[in-house]
Design a protein around this ligand. Sequence first.
Ligand SMILES: [Zn+2]
Length: 125
Amino acid sequence: MRSVRQCTRTACGRAAVATLTYVYSDSTAVLGPLAQLAEPHSYDLCAEHAERLTAPRGWEVVRLMPEFAPAAPTRDDLLALADAVREAGRPREQAPVAEPLAAVADAPRRGHLRVLPGGGVPEVP
Ligand SMILES: [Zn+2]
């Protein structure tokens, strides 16, 4: 089985991101996440064709997904996204200045790091 399926529309070679399933008894076309298995009466669509999908006359389209993410972003895209998220999530104030080593060594609050008996996650028998 191929791991990446392509859009089933003619002359479209983009990667499929959604699966369109025709439910003939209900005259309904269901557009949902890409199915794990290709089934009869189902058609894989790329993001563009999924967005542009229109139902045949007398049919209703049920969209299970509000929008479709582009398939398989490149590694560069992911890195750029990660950078953008990190940039957006960065706190306004400056990072705390590291304490001098001596202060850390005899600081009483090191006790916070101990695991207290009886607390925390219960043990699985
Ligand atoms: Zn397509």
